[in-house]
Design a protein around this ligand. Structure first.
Ligand SMILES: [Zn+2]
Length: 167
């Protein structure tokens, strides 16, 4: 189920702050448990800030042994959106750019809502480790070191049978 935050609702809320939770599987991610998020949105003049905690368990494929394994996620998000375009009206909305070290702003460019579902999708993807290894005892480590010693190009010679010539 898609979930969006209407900017109008946020502006009308007490202290221009809304708290909400998200509990759902996210399409495109192998969720073992629903992704759980507790979020807080605040309107800060020209900006909207969304902060909160995200947790859940996803299924990943090990880069070394190709086995599936579960990875628990537990991270915080801190996202800033600009209500007015900082890039100019001809730019596409939803672009993210850096305003200062490590602080990124997504340009809403006149959009009236923030796609929370997409925000969580992007955040989960970013928090999945680049190098996915199932564990310290991954059997792929052994497999890889064995593989290094034999040249797979030599495998074709295994199947060659030499037929004695009939004289
Ligand atoms: Zn592995």
């Amino acid at each position: 189920m898609k979930q969006v935050l209407l900017i109008e609702d946020l502006e009308k809320a007490e202290n221009k702050t809304l708290y909400f939770t998200f509990e759902d599987k996210i399409e495109g991610i192998d969720c073992v448990t629903p992704i759980h998020a507790q979020l807080c949105a605040k309107s800060l003049g020209d900006f909207i800030q969304i902060t909160g905690k995200v947790s859940g368990t996803v299924e990943l494929e090990c880069d070394l042994c190709l086995d599936k394994f579960n990875q628990t996620l537990d991270f915080e998000i801190d996202e800033l959106y600009s209500k007015t375009s900082l890039l100019g009206e001809y730019e596409e909305s939803g672009q993210e750019f850096e305003i200062k070290d490590g602080q990124f702003v997504t340009d809403l460019n006149g959009e009236k809502e923030i796609d929370i579902y997409d925000l969580l999708y992007q955040s989960v993807i970013l928090n999945i480790p680049n190098k996915k290894v199932c564990g310290i005892n991954c059997k792929g480590r052994k497999f890889l070191s064995e593989k290094d010693t034999t040249d797979p190009r030599l495998d074709i010679f295994k199947d060659i049978q030499i037929n004695p010539k009939n004289s």
